[in-house]
Design a protein around this ligand. Structure first.
Ligand code: 7TS
Length: 409
């Protein structure tokens, strides 16, 4: 068995037919499938250890707390955090970014302050800043990509002024596949006196990430895009920043003491984890990280690079397909349009062929406007995809072209 075959065998969901054809799942940037190891870790937790965390003086409570906190340590090692207390569990990347927007942005920004971001952000790393800027009378400045879909560091840094307080940038674009030089951006932003929040939703699942090497201040990602369960995400933040921040949500578990006149907050990260957390989700995420690290994040990245290059060659061969984003190193996805055929029609025909891709604006409407398209198709790859999957994609695209070529439009 090849490595890919061995990996595929761990994913029960892939072993099915859709519309009579073996399923080819190429919507991994939206969410990935889960290996048996993750499904079993979640089931095992519920079967053997379920209890609430941080409170019970009984065996199950201790077990649940130990496993939940163990998951936090696992995540901390995965992203190179120096301290597990810098890892805040959230629902997803969106909530992690909103946490920074509410707990830092709303309180620390004032009239005339500036936030710099880019046109290639997912709405999750754009709308919160737009809203915070509006609420605080701050200004959002937005850097456009270069024509090839890369970000020019000088153009971005050209937006920095003495009023720049925050730079919010994605590590990897969910549409263009661009991998941004976050370390350089962080260095320049810090020189300008700004903090840096990185949207790692499309990088942490696909390549080695070390927050210390990146030099950023906050880093957000989602478990479900990296083999983990839905409903669990992570905000990594510099400890001194997290400590200085006010809470985001109020309630149980996040307080140290409550009096009639007021309350004081628990220490980090608990200050930011109000209410019963997604314990099973965190444990499932730790199992997902174990799985990914057994494969090796360098290997994950290299595999996706190979598949993406292979897919690009195929799509170019099919012809009549516009591919967006840079040619060089990029993340494992390709966004494209077939001349004259709406992406929703393409995705519908592909689904008939058992091939799952995403069609739409990918929650990146400012970028769609920049590309001057309403939507794109997107095929996104992960560790269980093979060249045979890409062959099926290409064959289905040929069929799509034939089908619509025969339809009078
Ligand atoms: N940031 C980026 C770059 C993303 O691609 C996504 C999700 C998010 C943030 C939000 O992640 P969530 O887990 O909080 O929802 N991107 C996509 C996508 O490309 N297709 O579906 C979801």
């Amino acid at each position: 068995m090849s490595v890919a075959e061995r990996i595929r065998a761990d994913f029960p969901i892939l072993n099915q037919t859709v519309n009579g054809r073996p399923l080819v799942y190429l919507d991994n940037a939206a969410t990935t499938q889960k290996p048996r190891q993750v499904i079993e870790a979640v089931a095992r937790y519920y079967e053997t250890s379920n209890a609430n965390v941080h409170r019970a003086i009984h065996t199950l409570g201790e077990r649940a707390t130990e496993q939940y906190e163990g998951a936090r340590e696992r995540v901390a090692r995965f992203v190179g955090a120096r301290d597990a207390r810098e890892v805040v569990f959230t629902r997803n990347a969106t909530e992690a970014l909103n946490l920074v927007a509410y707990a830092w942005g709303l309180r620390r920004l004032g009239p005339g302050d500036e936030i710099v971001t880019t046109l290639m952000e997912h709405h999750s790393n754009f709308v919160p800043w737009q809203q915070v800027a509006e609420a605080r009378g701050a200004r959002l400045r937005v850097a456009a990509p270069e024509p090839d879909g890369t970000l020019d560091l000088e153009r971005l840094a050209g937006l920095f002024t003495e009023r720049t307080r925050l730079v919010a940038v994605t590590h990897a674009s969910n549409v263009l596949g661009t991998i941004n030089p976050v370390d350089e951006i962080a260095r320049r932003a810090h020189e300008a006196g700004a903090l840096v929040v990185v949207d790692g939703a499309q990088s942490a699942p696909h390549m080695p990430v070390d927050v210390a090497a990146l030099g950023c201040d906050f880093f957000a990602f989602s478990g479900h895009k990296m083999l983990g369960p839905t409903g669990i995400g992570v905000l990594w933040g510099r400890r001194e920043l997290l400590e200085a921040m006010e809470p985001f949500l109020y309630g149980g578990d996040m307080i140290a003491g409550v009096r009639l006149e007021g309350a004081d907050w628990n220490e980090v990260p608990y200050k930011f984890e109000a209410g019963t957390p997604n314990i099973a989700g965190a444990i499932g995420l730790a199992a997902a990280i174990d799985y990914l690290e057994a494969v090796g994040m360098e290997n994950v990245h290299a595999h996706e690079q190979r598949l993406t290059a292979y897919a690009r060659r195929w799509l170019e061969e099919v012809g009549g397909i516009e591919i967006y984003g840079p040619r060089g190193e990029r993340s494992g996805l390709l966004s494209f349009n077939l001349a004259g055929i709406h992406p929703h029609d393409v995705a519908t025909v592909l689904n008939e062929e058992g091939v799952a891709i995403r069609a739409g604006h990918h929650c990146a409407q400012p970028l769609m406007d920049w590309l001057e398209v309403p939507a794109t198709n997107r095929a996104s790859f992960y560790i269980y995809n093979t060249e045979a999957d890409v062959d099926r994609l290409a064959a289905a695209l040929v069929k799509t072209k034939e089908f619509f070529g025969n339809v009078v439009r």
